[in-house]
Design a protein. Structure first.
Length: 106
């Protein structure tokens, strides 16, 4: 072990020189405004279709919960569907605010 320490002590002047010669970080690079890649228009079209489909599913989910509530009410059911309605409305809220959330990060 002592020979390893002796070798490190002998190499220490060279290590300081190597560390001092390394370049300093220059900061955050400027990437500019950027540009869309080829085919971005097609990707945006697909995203619009997905957004439209998810909105349609949210509306269908509200109708589904309302239908279950109506059937259970006619049978004398209770308030178990409030949880399902909460999940559907939470999904609707997330879909409606998705562009704002993404805009906050970009």
């Amino acid at each position: 072990m002592s020979s390893l320490m002796a070798a490190l002590m002998d190499a220490s002047p060279y290590v300081d020189h190597v560390v001092a010669a390394s370049p300093a970080p220059s900061g955050v690079p400027d990437v500019g405004g950027g540009e869309a890649p080829p085919g971005a228009a097609d990707m945006l079209k697909v995203l619009k279709w997905v957004a439209w489909s998810v909105t349609l599913l949210c509306v269908a989910g509200i109708f589904g919960v309302a239908a279950r509530m109506a059937v259970d009410h006619s049978r004398g059911g209770g308030r178990e569907h409030a949880r399902g309605l909460g999940f559907v409305l939470g999904a609707c809220l997330l879909v409606g605010s998705a562009s704002g959330i993404v805009g906050a990060f970009v």
